[in-house]
Design a protein around this ligand. Structure first.
Ligand SMILES: Cc1cc2nc3c(=O)[nH]c(=O)nc-3n(C[C@H](O)[C@H](O)[C@H](O)COP(=O)(O)O)c2cc1C
Length: 227
């Protein structure tokens, strides 16, 4: 990872920019099937951060699964969202079942060094099986909520369920948006500087389309415009 200059340091408002974009393809969403739509959405809306979500199964084991339909949505109160899609047979994923029952979960960030075990946790293990144990990641206790945190992750958010929002009719491709309030943050000390988390230490894994991932390369800063 390196710090570089912005792409157009001399740019001023009103100055035309060079762009490679010319011919466009227009697709009416109503003509696409679920698979085609999924492929477009997940390859076009990139890069996405990955929430590695720990919850407790009913039998007390730790469920751990990655979700890249994920983002921060508010700071007061600190709020995040993730979207859990239905399985192809129309059933709910364990993460959603556990969050609806216990109203508690932890979002662990995913760094470059966690890619393979994170990916393995997306396997469809039966309910009650701990993906965390299967992949050999270490649980550490949370302060407020019951599900543990993942020791190998540099940033954890302990969350309480705010609300869920259904999107679609519950079949393939539809999802439940889980909105969670963060009640406690945990940050790997070297990554915390003057109140912010520095990307060079977080080394976030970026979700792209298909089976692709990215890691951050060139970083630059742009001051907010002052009118
Ligand atoms: C990087 C990555 C991102 C994923 N993002 C999502 C997502 O946003 N929503 C979703 O429902 N499933 C997503 N999945 C698939 C789930 O992780 C997978 O269905 C998992 O088995 C769910 O586990 P659970 O049944 O224990 O909740 C993703 C998988 C990977 C590898």
């Amino acid at each position: 990872m390196r710090r570089v200059s912005p792409p157009l340091p001399q740019w001023k408002p009103g100055v035309a920019i060079d762009s490679p974009v010319s011919d466009m393809i227009a697709l009416d969403a109503s003509t696409l099937d679920v698979r085609e739509t999924y492929k477009l959405m997940t390859s076009g809306v990139i890069p996405r951060p990955i929430a590695f979500v720990s919850t407790l199964n009913e039998n007390g084991t730790v469920n751990l699964a990655p979700f890249s339909y994920f983002n921060a949505v508010a700071s007061a109160p600190p709020t995040i969202m993730l979207a859990v899609t239905y399985k192809s047979d129309g059933s709910k994923k364990d993460t959603l079942i556990n969050i609806e029952r216990s109203r508690e979960f932890v979002v662990n960030s995913v760094s470059e060094w966690m890619a393979e075990p994170m990916n393995h946790c997306s396997a469809d293990y039966p309910n009650g099986v701990s993906e965390l144990e299967k992949v050999g990641l270490c649980p550490i206790p949370s302060d407020v909520v019951s599900p543990p945190r993942v020791k190998e992750s540099p940033f954890h958010m302990e969350c309480k369920l705010h609300t869920t929002v259904a999107v679609g009719g519950g079949g393939a491709g539809s999802s439940t948006i889980v909105i969670g309030e963060v009640v406690k943050f945990h940050i790997h000390k070297p990554a915390y500087h003057n109140g912010v988390i520095i990307p060079e230490e977080l080394k976030p894994l970026c979700r792209l389309g298909g089976t692709s991932y990215g890691i951050l390369g060139d970083l630059f800063d742009l001051d907010r415009p002052k009118l």
